[in-house]
Design a binder for this molecule. Structure first.
Ligand code: PMP
Ligand code: GLN
Length: 396
């Protein structure tokens, strides 16, 4: 018998948005599309080549560019020959890492809300999922919370930092908690850091891979889709010490084997030449966040704090809307023409919080301006209804 597999919330909400002709603030993709030089480099490489299988671990140019980029921006040192594996997006990197590092009977910790691919990929590797449930508004993580989920079977912790969907990043205390637990229980860490470049302007990203105490334990995952705003390109990578990287490469070779070389060439060029574009991108993303947050607040929504990724969230209960997040998102797209993502989709099981909704703010000012009156009308209608008839009550 085939086990049912659900369609992702992103695909589901984007399909609803298309059907309703709605403004799509659901699935995470920006209105913009990356630096011109990077797109031109890709176009040139498609015309002129290379066209055939690049090396299984990625083109020389991209592996060298990644090594230089991470040395300069995060003080990390990875050998391009033995410690970097290029993949077809971070999704493939996650699949390869989990298949390489987990055996049937093992278990893996995830921190919820967790990116929706984590649970299914861990189970696909034959392992059990051990969720650690965090709570809004600050989604704070402690060592005790992780300890409570650990068993003899726990083999690794899968961490996302900065976090999709909350748009916040781990504090130094939270990173230390993860480190202490990993050392106490001899665990590996898969650090999904695809949002590393989408952070407050002028700030630095501190990778879990930068902690010397964790040497030999961390697989760091990145994605060009997020750095260069080209989500459809699916160029990602895994960085790890050589013995781990050899295991990761062994898994990658039987998943996709390689990744389109033209796109790898273009990403290599971008990493070498587009540092100023990345600074500008951070300013633009921060402006989009402030624009949407301000408009939502004016419309009466309770906006949760965030400063990273392309996402911000609102708490419906605290906004006077007595409706579960998933039902609200289905109603919002059909009745008011704006798609959003219910954060309950980032949890393995039902339970609180079920009143947090994620919006993608990496959009042109006109897109946000077009969405805001619709969101205001939705808030007004639903808050009035909620006062008369509480469908669902949850303390903010
Ligand atoms: N991890 C996280 C936390 C993400 O948000 C995403 C994409 N939104 C991915 C992985 C997948 O990245 P890619 O598109 O490179 O496969
Ligand atoms: N990661 C993107 C998001 O969070 C979507 C990726 C996907 O559609 N699978 O919206």
């Amino acid at each position: 018998m085939l086990i049912p597999v659900r369609t992702t919330i992103f695909e589901d909400m984007s399909a609803r948005a298309r059907a309703a002709g709605a403004i799509n603030l659901g699935q995470g993709f920006p209105d913009a599309c990356g630096p011109l030089s990077v797109r031109e480099a890709a176009a040139r490489a498609v015309l002129e080549g290379p066209h055939h299988y690049p090396p299984m671990r990625g083109t020389e140019a991209l592996r060298h560019a990644l090594a230089a980029h991470y040395a300069e921006t995060q003080g990390l040192h990875f050998d391009p020959a033995s410690e970097i594996v290029v993949t077809s997006g971070a999704t493939e990197a996650l699949a390869a890492a989990l298949l390489a590092l987990l055996q049937p009977g093992d278990a893996a910790i995830i921190l919820e809300p967790a990116y929706d691919a984590y649970g299914p990929l861990i189970r696909r590797a034959g392992a059990a999922v051990q969720p650690v449930r965090l709570a809004p508004p600050d989604w704070r993580l402690t060592a005790a919370m992780i300890e409570a989920a650990i068993t003899q079977q726990t083999r690794l912790i899968l961490v996302n930092d900065p976090v999709n969907p909350t748009g916040r990043r781990l504090s130094s205390h939270e990173r230390a908690a993860i480190r202490d637990v990993a050392l106490a229980h001899d665990l590996l860490i898969v650090a999904d850091e695809v949002w590393e470049e989408v952070r407050p302007p002028g700030s630095a990203h501190v990778s879990l891979a930068a902690d010397p105490a964790l040497a030999g334990r961390v697989v760091k995952i990145g994605s060009a889709g997020k750095i260069f705003q080209v989500t459809g390109w699916k160029v990602g990578w895994m960085l790890a010490p050589a013995p781990l990287a050899a295991r990761l490469a062994a898994a990658h070779q039987f998943l996709t084997f390689t990744t389109p070389p033209a796109l790898q060439q273009a990403v290599a060029l971008g990493l070498q030449t587009e540092r100023a574009w990345m600074d500008e991108m951070r300013l633009e993303v921060a402006a989009g966040r402030a624009h949407l947050a301000q408009g939502l607040q004016q419309a009466g929504y309770a906006v949760l704090p965030s400063d990273c990724t392309w996402f911000l969230s609102v708490d419906l209960a605290a906004s006077g809307i007595a409706m579960p997040d998933a039902a609200f998102c289905r109603w919002l797209v059909d009745a008011h023409g704006v798609a959003a993502i219910p954060v309950s989709a980032f949890f393995e099981t039902d339970g609180p919080p079920q009143s947090v909704v994620r919006f993608c703010h990496a959009k042109a000012a006109e897109t946000i301006d077009a969405a805001l009156p619709k969101l205001a009308a939705a808030r007004q209608q639903m808050a009035q209804k909620s006062e008369q008839m509480p469908l669902f009550s949850q303390s903010p």
